[in-house]
Design a protein around this ligand. Structure first.
Ligand code: BTN
Length: 249
């Protein structure tokens, strides 16, 4: 068993407002606490959005990881490793998922999973990193949203427990890499799952205007580095949206 997963507390709830909020109200007393719910009444997405998910159809959980404050400068790796773990879990189920920068997981032109990371600075020089993951498993109707699920992609109904544990194990493996500060290894895999390689031309939506650039990398702080008009530019996730070429506009 992986070291990090040895000392783990798992809380399973039928219903909660949001697993991220639950963890914030009950800050972890263990190095790693996982809160899973079958139904969220007020699921949260990034940028103040809501995360709506059919009860019992999908996998929704939050991981509370207590880190030493010295890891504060490396926190974007939590985002990288989580999206990598989700992509790998999906690929094992023959779903051709990829990372849509910064940490969404898409299949073709639809979103299959979302990740919401919230960091709480605690006493004794520690940070509690709350990593919320919503993965669409058996839901088939998204009411007009551009979303998909394992079932829609493969035609197969999955056991949500099996998907949850497979993702948790994979995530634990990547967390070990973060603890070992294997930045190069994590960067390599994260970049492999992006829709373009270094040196390839990509499309960006910058303030509503579509522009071309040459992809360089996503740096250690999560900035998208792109060569445009002869200069290297860095964008944060609020400044630019990457439009993957496989996404038809
Ligand atoms: C996004 O793509 O906007 C992020 C979505 C994150 C959803 C998950 S579901 C489990 C956890 N609890 C929440 O309230 N949100 C995250």
């Amino acid at each position: 068993m992986l070291n990090f997963l040895k000392d783990i507390k798992i809380v399973c709830l039928d219903e909660v407002d949001s697993t991220n909020e639950y963890l914030k109200r009950n800050l972890p007393d263990k190095r790693l606490t996982v809160v899973r719910a079958h139904h969220q009444t007020a699921g949260k997405g990034r940028n103040g959005n809501v995360w709506v998910s059919e009860p019992y159809a999908n996998v929704m959980f939050s991981l509370g990881v207590v880190l030493d404050a010295s890891m504060g400068k490396d926190l974007f790796y939590m985002s990288k490793l989580t999206s990598v773990a989700v992509v790998e879990t999906l690929r094992k189920k023959n779903v051709d998922a990829f990372v849509k920068w910064p940490n969404d997981v898409w299949v073709k032109n639809r979103k299959i999973a979302g990740i919401l990371i919230e960091n709480i600075f605690m006493q004794h020089k520690t940070i509690c990193c709350i990593v919320g993951i919503g993965l669409n498993v058996n839901q088939c109707d998204f009411g007009g949203f551009d979303a998909t699920s394992i079932k829609l992609e493969t035609g197969i109904t999955s056991d949500t427990d099996e998907v949850f544990y497979s993702l948790l194990e994979n995530w634990g493996l990547w967390l070990e890499n973060m603890m070992r500060k294997n930045w190069e290894g994590m960067d390599e895999v994260y970049h492999n799952y992006l829709p373009a390689k270094c040196g390839e031309e990509i499309l960006l939506n910058i303030g509503g205007k579509v522009q071309r650039g040459v992809f360089d990398r996503v740096d250690r702080n999560g900035y998208l580095c792109v060569k445009m008009e002869g200069a290297m530019k860095r964008f944060d996730m609020d400044e630019a949206k990457w439009i993957p070429e496989r996404v038809k506009m």
